[in-house]
Ligand binder design. Structure first.
Ligand SMILES: *Cc1c(COP(=O)(O)O)cnc(C)c1O
Length: 224
């Protein structure tokens, strides 16, 4: 596993697919290190990665301790409300805001404004977390009273399927929703960002204008 090489390949693909989609700004690559050791996370750092993503409290604390201070930490997984206080002031972005109870707890525990992505279940699969696409506007409107939250964008996870045109259509729906919320000019929800695309579909997310792609397996690998 050569992280530097993987990153070069990923960046090449991002460039190709951004051009294909008429997108002028390449997405930021978040190295998702939840499957790997600190050593591998350090390889990513030395390859030039500064954005890191973890989805569990324990893994997050471990990597945050071990990596240099100039990293940007993304918490990408669902968070139990009772764990909010241990995480929320230590991260730069939270990608999985999907219920009011969580918003309320984050607001209560926050010592500064927390940058959040609202997680959206675009495909409507029962097993997927996130706010239903048709409920996003209402959900975001109810966040206005939580002054320590800032909705910086929308996040989604596409289902595992080979049907690329279907995945693209989901990413496109999220992008349209992002544009719609952004146009409302809400000061508590600028909603300029799009967090979408993982190892299997980051190229499609790039075509649809992702600003953050979250890549684990194809960048740093997956250790059992
Ligand atoms: C694990 C995970 C990823 C990365 O998955 P890969 O398929 O290994 O790239 C991205 N986003 C979220 C929310 C994850 O939980």
């Amino acid at each position: 596993m050569n992280v530097q090489y993987n990153l070069e390949q990923i960046e090449k693909q991002l460039k190709t697919h951004c051009e294909k989609g008429n997108i002028s700004t390449l997405p930021n690559v978040i190295a998702v290190t939840k499957y790997v050791t600190i050593d591998r996370a350090n390889d990513a750092y030395h390859a030039g990665i500064r954005h890191f993503g973890e989805n569990r409290l324990e893994g997050f604390q471990l990597k945050k301790e071990a990596l240099p201070d100039d990293i940007v930490m993304h918490f990408i997984g669902s968070l139990q409300t009772r764990k909010v206080k241990e995480v929320i002031n230590e991260i730069d972005y939270f990608h999985a805001l999907d219920r009011l109870k969580l918003a309320k707890e984050i607001n209560k525990r926050a010592e500064h404004k927390i940058k959040c992505f609202v997680q959206v279940n675009v495909s409507g699969e029962e097993s997927k977390q996130g706010v239903a696409l048709e409920d996003v506007n209402t959900f975001i409107e109810t966040l206005e009273k939580y002054e320590n939250l800032e909705v910086v964008g929308l996040m989604t996870m596409a289902p595992l399927t080979d049907d690329e045109s279907y995945i693209k259509s989901l990413f496109q729906s999220l992008r349209n929703k992002r544009d719609e919320i952004k146009a409302l000019n809400l000061n508590y929800a600028p909603c300029t960002e799009l967090s979408m695309g993982m190892s299997n579909d980051f190229h499609l997310a790039a075509e649809e204008g992702a600003s953050f792609v979250r890549i684990g397996t194809k960048l740093v690998g997956k250790e059992e």
